[in-house]
Design a protein around this ligand. Structure first.
Ligand SMILES: *Cc1c(COP(=O)(O)O)cnc(C)c1O
Length: 390
């Protein structure tokens, strides 16, 4: 691996130098107003990125996975019924976590490569006349398959059924890089982490709670200590955490939020769409296909690319690392060996992306795939050279 090359894994993502420096700061008193000057702008900035006026934001020293745990343990009780679709490794892991917390998960098995089946959700919610389902889980962007789901459609399914279940959304690989609308979509809990769209090292779980989710906390009896949002809220009121906060990471997050909001959140999304579209043109020029089944579910933060039958897609990742010092993502779970992934989120430019596509091409030719050097790069160039359009 070369430290000179950008990474093209779907998280952790490349870090802007200014963010690295912001994380590397002298020790301060983490129970003082000085820390408050880092904490409160982070809470306000995250709220803006979520497009919410009222979500309560909590930031824990953890990762996205800890964000899931924060969501469920603060609002649910053992035996509570949950509705979730499984369409990739991340939705699978979230379901597994719920089961380990003694939640009763009704799983809608969904082909890997497809989005969440909102129509199926609606059917199940309509049939649940006694409203036993307490929460619906939705993975906005399945990082394993490069599939984006329509969260607005899941909200419509809940509304069409007149069902009061809460809507929990995993936005770990979408928030900060793809459009996310906490208020418009009626999201009750949104979960993300620091190391994807926010361009930071791993280490923060970032969650938003709606008023409805906040109201559910009092009756929720799942055990929680480290991830107790009540303790965290009391800490925030005194410019502190209940324990020691990762001050440097939070200082980095403050800058990351400034950078995203200064670029303009819609511009950030458009940049991701443009870069992703260039990647998709390259994939097409290579004669390969995405794992994502149709254009409406194409992710703008990661592409999972299918390789021909009998070829081990993981070899691409191995050779890229060994020969060219560049990182791509392996296939996970059901699609292990069948796809390789190009992460294209966070701090990325057209030029950086072209370097990734160029290396991917060399590796595939090295491994004997029937691909012409320069074909994918040229297709992306042709698209990028027209400038700032999606
Ligand atoms: C990365 C990711 C996670 C897990 O986050 P960690 O920070 O690794 O705990 C969860 N869900 C999705 C969709 C992800 O991309």
């Amino acid at each position: 691996m070369s430290f000179q090359n950008p990474v093209f894994i779907p998280g952790p993502t490349n870090m802007p130098e200014a963010i690295r420096q912001a994380c590397y700061m002298p020790t301060i008193d983490h129970r003082s107003p000085v820390f408050g000057k880092i904490l409160h702008p982070c809470l306000e900035g995250v709220q803006k990125v979520l497009k919410s006026d009222s979500a309560k934001i909590f930031i824990f020293p953890s990762t996205g996975t800890g964000g899931w745990e924060t969501g469920i343990t603060n609002t649910l009780s053992a035996g509570d019924k949950i509705l979730a679709a499984r369409n990739g490794m991340f939705s699978h892991r979230w379901i597994d976590m719920c089961q380990r917390h003694q939640l009763d998960v009704q799983i809608v098995e969904t082909p890997w490569g497809e989005g969440l089946p909102a129509d199926k959700y609606e059917e199940i919610l309509k049939a649940d006349k006694n409203h036993t389902i307490k929460a619906v889980l939705a993975t906005h962007n399945e990082t394993a398959t490069g599939v984006k789901s329509d969260i607005a459609a899941v909200r419509r399914a809940l509304d069409a059924a007149g069902h009061p279940a809460m809507l929990f959304v995993d936005g770990v690989s979408s928030i900060g890089s793809m459009d996310f609308r906490f208020d418009d979509w009626g999201v009750d809990i949104a979960v993300t982490g620091s190391q994807k769209g926010f361009m930071l090292p791993a280490g923060l779980a970032i969650v938003g709670f709606s008023d409805k989710a906040m109201k559910a906390v009092a009756g929720a009896t799942l055990p929680r200590t480290f991830f107790d949002i009540g303790d965290m809220a009391k800490g925030y009121a005194a410019n502190a955490f209940p324990y020691t906060p990762p001050v440097g990471l939070m200082n980095g997050l403050k800058l990351s939020l400034d950078m995203i909001l200064d670029e303009g959140i819609e511009n950030v999304f458009a940049r991701h769409t443009r870069i992703a579209t260039g990647v998709r043109h390259a994939v097409e020029a290579w004669g390969l296909e995405l794992c994502a089944a149709s254009p409406d579910v194409y992710s703008d933060s990661v592409s999972a690319i299918k390789t021909p039958e009998g070829f081990n897609a993981t070899d691409i990742v191995t050779v890229a690392a060994e020969q060219y010092g560049m990182a791509f993502g392996v296939g996970l779970g059901e699609v292990a060996g069948k796809v390789f992934r190009i992460g294209h989120l966070g701090m990325l430019t057209d030029a950086m992306m072209l370097s990734g596509l160029g290396v991917a091409e060399m590796v595939m030719v090295d491994l004997g795939l029937d691909i012409k050097l320069g074909s994918g790069v040229a297709a992306a160039q042709e698209f990028y050279r027209h400038g700032n359009k999606a």
